[in-house]
Design a protein around this ligand. Structure first.
Ligand SMILES: N[C@@H](CCC(=O)N[C@@H](CS)C(=O)NCC(=O)O)C(=O)O
Length: 209
C-alpha cells in the first residue's frame, strides 16, 4: 500500500489518525499542497481528483475519500473498532461523521478558501479552478460557529460523538477543530464538554499523527 499524504492538511490527518489507532504502518508519499504538487501531472496520473489523502492498494486500486479509506482499514484491521461496534453504533458513527463533515469541515474550508490570498482561484479543492466568493467566507464562519454549539450540546449528553466509544466521528471533529485555528476560531472557554473531549483525544498517541 502507498499512502498519499500532506502533512499540513486536515483530511490526510484524519486518515493518519486511523492508521495510528490501528497500528498500521504504510509507505507514505508526501504531496505538498503549498507547492501545488497535488495538481502536478505526475500526481494527477495517480489521482485524477488531485486531492489527498489517497491510498493505493497493492492490486492498484486507488481509494480516495476518508470514508473509503477508513472503511478499508477497518476491514483490514478491525481492532480497535472506529466505525462502530454494533449496528446501532455503526449508524451513529456514519451519521455524526456526515454531520461533522458538512456542518463543521465544509464551513471551515469555505471560510478559509474564500478569503485567504493563498487560495485565489482555488476556492474548491480538486482539478478545476474556482474563484473565491467573499460572502461564502462570511457564511462559512457563521456556520462554523453554529457547529461549535452543536458539538457542545452533543458532548454535554455523551462522552463521544457516537455515544459511548471513541470513533472516526471524533477523529473527524477533532482534526477539523484543530485546523480551525487557521481561521482564528477556537472552542470558547464556556464549552466545557468540548474542551474536556478535546483534551481526552489530545492525550491519545494518534493525535500526534
Ligand atoms: N472528501 C475528501 C476531501 C479531501 C480534501 O478536500 N483534501 C484536501 C486537503 S484537506 C485537498 O486535497 N486539497 C487540495 C487543494 O487544495 O488543491 C476526503 O474525505 O478525504
Amino acid at each position: 500500500m502507498i499512502f498519499f499524504d500532506c502533512s499540513t492538511a486536515p483530511n490526510p490527518r484524519r486518515a493518519r489518525m486511523v492508521l495510528a489507532e490501528k497500528g498500521i504502518e504504510v509507505e507514505t508519499h508526501e504531496i505538498s499542497i503549498a507547492a501545488g504538487e497535488q495538481l502536478s501531472e505526475a500526481y494527477r496520473a495517480i489521482n485524477p481528483q488531485a486531492m489527498v489523502p489517497a491510498l493505493r492498494l497493492d492490486d492498484g486500486t486507488l481509494l480516495t475519500e476518508n470514508l473509503g479509506i477508513a472503511a478499508y482499514l477497518e476491514a483490514l484491521q478491525p481492532e480497535p473498532p472506529l466505525l462502530g461496534r454494533d449496528a446501532r453504533e455503526k449508524g451513529l458513527v456514519m451519521m455524526w461523521t456526515a454531520i461533522v463533515e458538512t456542518q463543521g469541515g465544509m464551513p471551515i474550508a469555505e471560510a478559509l478558501r474564500n478569503a485567504h490570498p493563498a487560495f485565489e482561484d482555488r476556492a474548491v479543492p480538486g482539478p478545476a479552478n474556482h474563484a473565491q466568493i467573499p460572502a461564502l467566507a462570511e457564511r462559512g464562519r457563521a456556520r462554523a460557529e453554529a457547529f461549535l454549539s452543536l458539538l457542545e450540546a452533543r458532548l454535554q449528553e455523551v462522552p463521544w460523538l457516537a455515544g459511548e466509544a471513541f470513533s472516526f466521528a471524533d477523529i473527524t471533529a477533532y482534526v477539523f477543530l484543530d485546523f480551525a485555528r487557521i481561521i482564528r476560531m477556537r472552542v470558547p472557554d464556556s464549552h466545557s464538554a468540548t474542551l474536556a473531549w478535546q483534551a481526552r483525544i489530545a492525550a491519545r498517541p494518534s493525535a500526534r499523527a
